[in-house]
Design a protein around this ligand. Sequence first.
Ligand code: GTP
Ligand code: MG
Length: 336
Amino acid sequence: MRVYKRQMRCRSDIDRLNGQFLAIFDSLIPPEEEKAKQKQLLTLLEKLIIKEWPRARLYLYGSCANSFGVSKSDVDLCLAIEEPDINKAEVILRLADILQSDSLQNVQALTRARVPIVKLMDPATGISCDICINNVLAVVNTRLLGDYARIDVRLRQLAYIVKHWAKTRGVNETYQGTLSSYAYVLMCIHFLQQRRPAILPCLQGMEATYSVTVDNIECAYFDQVEKLRDFGSHNRQTISQLVWGFFNYWAYRHDYTDSVVSVRTGSILSKREKDWTRRVGNDRHLICIEDPFEISHDLGRVVDKFSIRVLREEFERAAEIMQYDPSPCVKLFEPY
Ligand code: GTP
Ligand code: MG
């Protein structure tokens, strides 16, 4: 690990970095024209799909819909077909066939993936997209994340910076044992729920105003978030302080042996109460992040003995940079 000779950065020094972090955040926001192009592609796909499945619906989910999408993100779509006993692989192949015969490019049917998808690129807009079938839980968790983002702008700022850091440092690769963007956003929500005073409430702990049952899971939470716009106003922490705090928490304060991060309860649970204390199959539970709806699902399950070290070293590197480096906004995002 790097050893810095410079003095520790004090709170007012950290505040001075605020403008730089906000400039990075602004530079990552997708321009309006990109949003318009996504809509254009969605309309085209809906037209093609409705001919084959008249009662199906196409939903946008993931970062294009949860407001955590940086410029040039791939578009995630979910085709919802309410027919009993559909064979997803067959639907994927049929869908790829239909899309192939239109003007779309690079249409691929990935029927054997953990989540089977059709991948494609639209030459008119230059947008790549993945379409999955009946993954309605993802549509609902997208909605929850989007609602949290509407409560306090600092969540969007923090999550953009953390996602940007994770991508440039190579720790946003689930197939290599590091965490998904979805997991990082949940870590940011949890972190802001834990500030004192809290910056975000726990929407699932409040009276439910939205409720839907998906795959036998009841998904319910308070969604009238326009009423919560002032929720975090008693906490004046700036984005640079929060970035510092986030990395400090994951580098030095999180109890990796016993803690589970839970946005659902707005608290930390113990691995014992979740029965996540040992390896079961490929799930190792070395860093535990509970899915807010599928509560038996640990988003850290992809992390193994090797990648947990990589992750923790990256959190420590980021925390050190925030504390001591003379130009943290450059160093933090240096490609690995
Ligand atoms: P980028 O594409 O990296 O900008 O981020 P993203 O927000 O699209 O995230 P990601 O690609 O990680 O996942 C896309 C969406 O799939 C998420 O927003 C979630 O809605 C959903 N998702 C991802 N991983 C899981 C998971 O393990 N369980 C569930 N239920 N949903 C997931
Ligand atoms: Mg995505």
